[in-house]
Design a protein around this ligand. Structure first.
Ligand SMILES: C[S@@+](CC[C@H](N)C(=O)[O-])C[C@H]1O[C@@H](n2cnc3c(N)ncnc32)[C@H](O)[C@@H]1O
Length: 433
């Protein structure tokens, strides 16, 4: 594979190609990289390659003649102009470029190149990201590095490229090497261990774990990539398996701190329907607990009483099962303390709201992103449902995640807390239909 870099700064390109995978591939002759300098194609004493832009404006523009002559000298092979206005580079395009025998990589400088150079001599414009560099050389190096990995003989193991991030619209699974236990330098108590599955010797289980991790990571970090991913039948099962997260998820119906329509902090009153219906939804989606949060002792007693009525009803065992999930607490902080003691780690506290700008300090998650993230983190999840006009955000600093509001096509989304709770649970833990 041959690369020709057209650049007025060959000294920037050369040193980066002397070490590592690319350096070894050059030494072995598997790839060849040469540079051509447009200054060598100038005819004036100062070897001028730039001029002022027609129409005015800041900076200089690369003159067409030396650049066109340099490109023509390079070859008629596929010619790429590195440009922030080009098509964003992807692994799929890298794989295609690696099929070509020779790439000419044209590097701009200053404010860019005269547009007619692109019209005359460029086959493709590529951007290496949505930011502006001072020249195309780093972009050319990026292409040389990424393409070379696909050239036979450059990487030791021929399969390693296919496993990597982006090769199937998935990010790569986490990697570990020795030692097995690594004391944390951030948290004195903590020892970071390699996941046990990786030392189990069970290769099928390791492959399944890695695939699951790759999917979960991609869902959290790059939902845009996951949207392009085509899952296998086994992947579909993995992605539809919500039970492990549901069984460490708790729902809390918060009666305080909430706000009224003016924004004033209030305590709302308990309703029989809320206790009852959300307990049944929590049961249906496999939750670990449903907490009714109110500082009013008599209201907590009432919640317990409502639940116990059903539990004592001999003919209503299916409802009794659901109402056994009901627990009353005086505050969100008490629920967090209880869950921390029960699960051995503090819950990830998730706010909900009908408003898109709620809990602005928290990380916004869609339901699939939240589940995917929870699969990676063994902590319990605590989902807070507000009453009245919603949760009093400023009084619940423990919220670190916020779910996107439920919205239909109508542009009106004032659902009852029971309906919102059911929709949220279905989005998080419902089986796809
Ligand atoms: C300072 S930039 C010119 C930016 C240009 N004025 C614009 O706003 O689009 C100089 C050169 O750097 C290269 N370059 C800058 N950012 C790039 C990117 N994100 N991807 C590829 N090449 C880039 C191009 O070759 C460009 O001609």
């Amino acid at each position: 594979m041959k690369f020709t870099v057209v650049t007025i700064l060959p000294e920037l390109v050369e040193p980066a190609l002397t070490a590592g995978v690319v350096g070894r591939a050059r030494e072995a002759g598997t790839i060849a990289v040469t540079t051509i300098n447009p200054r060598d194609f100038t005819s004036d004493r100062h070897r001028t390659v730039d001029d002022t832009p027609y129409g005015g404006g800041p900076g200089m523009v690369m003159k067409p003649e030396p650049l066109l002559a340099a490109i023509a000298h390079a070859s008629t092979a596929h010619r790429i102009y590195l440009s922030p206005a080009g098509k964003p580079l992807t692994q799929a395009r890298i794989r295609e470029l690696a099929q070509l025998p020779h790439l000419v990589l044209v590097c701009g400088r200053y404010e860019g190149v005269d547009e007619r150079v692109i019209e005359e001599a460029i086959d493709e414009e590529i951007s290496i990201g949505d930011y502006v560099l001072s020249g195309g050389e780093l972009g050319a190096l990026v292409i040389i590095d990424a393409v070379s990995r696909y050239v036979p003989g450059v990487l030791g193991e021929s399969t390693s490229v296919d496993d990597e991030s982006h090769s199937a619209s998935l990010l790569e699974y986490p990697q570990y090497t020795r030692p097995l236990k690594l004391p944390s330098t951030r948290d004195g108590e903590l020892v970071r261990e390699v996941p046990a599955i990786l030392t189990s010797g069970n290769h099928a289980a390791i492959a399944a774990w890695r695939r699951e991790q790759a999917i979960a990571r991609t869902a959290v970090r790059r939902p845009d990539l996951l949207a392009r991913f085509t899952p296998t039948v086994a992947d579909r099962k993995r992605m539809a398996r919500p039970v492990d997260v549901g069984s460490r998820t708790h729902l809390a119906l918060v009666h305080h701190p909430c706000v009224d329509r003016t924004g004033k902090v209030i305590t709302t009153a308990l309703t029989n329907f809320d206790v009852h219906d959300l307990a049944r939804s929590s049961m249906a989606y496999g939750l670990a607990g449903y907490h009714v949060v109110t500082p009013v002792t008599s209201q907590r007693d009432k919640a317990a009483h409502i639940a116990s009525l059903w539990m004592e009803d001999a003919s209503g065992e299916h409802r009794a099962q659901a109402l056994r999930l009901v627990r009353a607490a005086d505050s969100v902080e008490t629920v967090i303390a209880n869950l921390t003691a029960e699960h051995g780690s503090a819950p990830v506290v998730v706010g909900t709201s009908a408003r898109a700008d709620a809990f602005s300090g928290a990380i916004r998650r869609t339901a699939p992103e939240l589940v995917a993230e929870a699969r990676e983190n063994p902590a319990p999840l605590l989902i807070l449902l507000g009453t009245g006009w919603g949760l009093a955000e400023h009084l619940i600093p423990s919220v670190t995640r916020v779910l996107a509001p439920i919205e239909g096509a109508a542009g009106w989304n004032h659902l009852s807390v029971r309906s919102a709770g059911a929709v949220i649970l279905d989005r998080l833990f419902g089986r796809p239909t």
